[in-house]
Design a protein. Structure first.
Length: 113
């Protein structure tokens, strides 16, 4: 799996930016701002910063870091699952764009339709 990822990364980095940024570029549809908004909510930020605050307070008193409650762990796990899904969808979009460009380059090199 690491070799596949390394090959994919090398392919992406090896392509010129002009090749990747075509007029109908599927990468333009990723909309990073919307992805972040779907992954991070006010509730999730409150949970994360609340845990950090509790840990800092405990550390200030010489105690152990705060341990998330069962409910907090469940919410964090749900958020992690959502992030993984979004990352996989994004990787699929990038892979599709790279494949389309590789096929286009191959057709142009071979002169076939």
């Amino acid at each position: 799996m690491r070799r596949l990822f390394a090959c994919l990364l090398a392919t992406i980095l090896g392509m010129s930016s002009q090749t990747l940024r075509a007029e109908d570029d599927p990468l333009d549809r990723l909309e990073p701002d919307r992805m972040i908004g779907r992954l991070l909510s006010d509730d999730m930020l409150s949970l994360m910063f609340g845990l950090v605050r509790r840990s800092l307070a405990a550390a200030g008193e010489g105690g152990e870091p705060a341990v998330p409650t069962a409910e907090e762990r469940q919410r964090l796990e749900q958020a992690a699952t959502a992030v993984r899904g979004e990352v996989l969808r994004t990787m699929g979009t990038v892979l599709g764009a790279v494949e389309a460009e590789a096929r286009k380059s191959l057709r142009e090199e071979l002169g076939s339709p």
